[in-house]
Design a protein around this ligand. Structure first.
Ligand code: FUB
Length: 465
């Protein structure tokens, strides 16, 4: 196990307070700490009980001895994915277990719970990283209760103020961040629960615009954006559109967005309360504003749900909007990108079509790929068709992405496709049930390569973990 080293804050104006055998350093008039924890899979070892690691057991936080001879379950329970703090805040993090649940405190006891999306949950699951009592160690201050720190009392994890058991508090609340007991997977590429990833290459970076998952009924109200130059390391750009304050006609069910660019503006198409809206910005990360003040495609406009937009722009600069659930629709967008001629909407015949149409073009061939079955089913998958025009007629070609139970991949779908710049290398972003314990509302996003046969047909995607 390796130990990560952390920069110590300046101590010139610090007050050193001797607490029994421990030394608690309190900075006066300075930022609380420069300590950080790298995101990704990590384990945390108690400073006071070397060899004991922060873990969960029966959905409660604890510390226990973990070693190379420990069971796979014990090592997994002592491994967390460190993610940027769910409630935000510079230098704040959250800890996700392998089953997708998060460490949070409730009534000061630290527990493992699913994200219910409430502001209280998000704050209770967010810890701000401070310097620990030993060199290179960290302490974790509650975001919701500043002044209380995560510590172990006997073997139980609590958040306590330093006054409690002052003699041992500093050491009991300090942890060495180590390499994970269970080696991290490459994926999900975006840490946390997200679905419906729309991937695009814009202005020299890859961007992913997903649905934020972990909410009953997919009831998240905010859209986020992530970007990367290498499809491996991703930057979280935070909320780019918040339905509550920024969209007058909908407050919930912020689903399945997509992005397009024209003449210096970005157009962000999104689902909200099962209508499709559009918001614009001069930056791919917003702020986005709603120029229409009403849906672009309102619920009830045609049969099926008016959801899952995608905009494809052809080589001649004409953009097309595709969408639908139960029925697949397409229409040419006007040059303003925020209107279309309703009389020109086409309905496509696509075998097994359920939702999430996505169109792209390679070597003069138009591909329309789409999701089949129900996103809550492990059998959710992606099929595709090809055509010689953006409106078809479409020739069904088969399945390109489906479950792989030997890898734990269930319900893969609602994908999008991007071409690496100046190449014939293609990537597919999609969601699957979070591994190992996710479901259709607790999904995670990954990216794999999309490979073509010489005749232009698509090879089945090989999921990599
Ligand atoms: O994320 C909510 C909905 O689930 C999407 O709109 C559908 O495509 C399905 O993935």
């Amino acid at each position: 196990m390796t130990t990560f080293h952390h920069r110590r804050r300046a101590v010139s104006r610090a007050l050193a307070v001797c607490l029994g055998a421990s030394l608690l350093t309190v900075a006066a008039g300075e930022p609380a700490s420069a300590a950080t924890i790298p995101t990704g899979a990590r384990s945390l070892q108690s400073v006071n009980l070397p060899g004991s690691y922060l873990r969960h057991s029966n959905y409660l936080g604890s510390v226990a001895v973990v070693g190379s001879g420990s069971s796979a379950q014990a090592r997994s329970d002592a491994t967390f994915t460190v993610a940027p703090g769910l409630a935000g805040g510079a230098g704040c993090v959250s800890f996700q277990a392998a089953n997708g649940m998060w460490l949070r405190h409730r009534d000061y006891r630290v527990r493992l719970e699913a994200n219910n999306g409430s502001a209280t949950f998000l704050a209770d699951a967010t810890f701000c990283v401070r310097d620990g009592s030993a060199s290179g160690s960290v302490r974790l201050e509650s975001s919701n209760f500043p002044g209380r720190y995560l510590r172990h009392r006997d073997s139980e994890l609590w958040i306590d103020p330093p006054a409690t058991n002052a003699g041992t508090f500093a050491a009991d609340s300090s942890f060495q961040v180590t390499a994970p007991w269970v080696a991290g997977r490459r994926s999900p590429v975006i840490k946390g629960l997200y679905g419906d990833p729309n991937i695009a290459y814009l202005n020299g970076r890859y961007y992913v615009y997903p649905t934020t998952d972990g909410y009953a009924g997919w009831s998240s109200a905010r859209f986020k954006a992530f970007s990367s130059t290498d499809l491996v390391t991703w930057t979280d750009h935070g909320t780019i559109l918040d339905l509550g304050p920024q969209v007058s006609w909908a407050d919930s069910r912020a689903w399945a967005p997509t992005i397009a660019y024209r003449d210096g503006r970005y157009y962000f198409y999104f689902c909200a309360d099962t209508s499709i809206g559009v918001a614009t910005s001069t930056s791919p990360t917003g702020p986005f504003t709603d120029p229409l003040g009403r849906p672009l495609v309102a619920a009830g406009f045609r049969s099926g749900q008016m959801i899952d937009p995608h905009v494809f722009t052809d080589d001649d600069g004409v953009s097309y909007l595709y969408w639908g659930n139960g029925y697949a629709y397409g229409v040419r967008l006007n040059a303003d990108m925020i209107s279309f001629d309703a009389a020109q909407v086409r309905t496509f015949s696509l075998p097994n079509f359920r939702e999430a149409p996505f169109t792209f073009k390679r070597n003069g061939v138009y591909y329309l790929s789409y999701s089949v079955d129900d996103t809550r089913s492990e059998n959710y998958h992606v099929e595709y068709a090809t055509a010689a025009s953006p409106f078809g007629p479409w020739t069904h070609r088969g399945t390109i992405l489906s479950k792989n139970l030997s890898l734990g991949v269930k319900g893969p779908g609602h994908h999008s496709v991007v071409r690496a710049p100046n190449s014939d290398t293609w990537h597919i972003a999609y969601h699957r049930f979070a591994i190992p314990a996710g479901d259709g509302m607790n999904r995670e996003v990954t990216v794999d390569q999309l490979r073509f046969n010489t005749d232009g047909t698509i090879q089945p995607v090989v999921p990599t973990l």
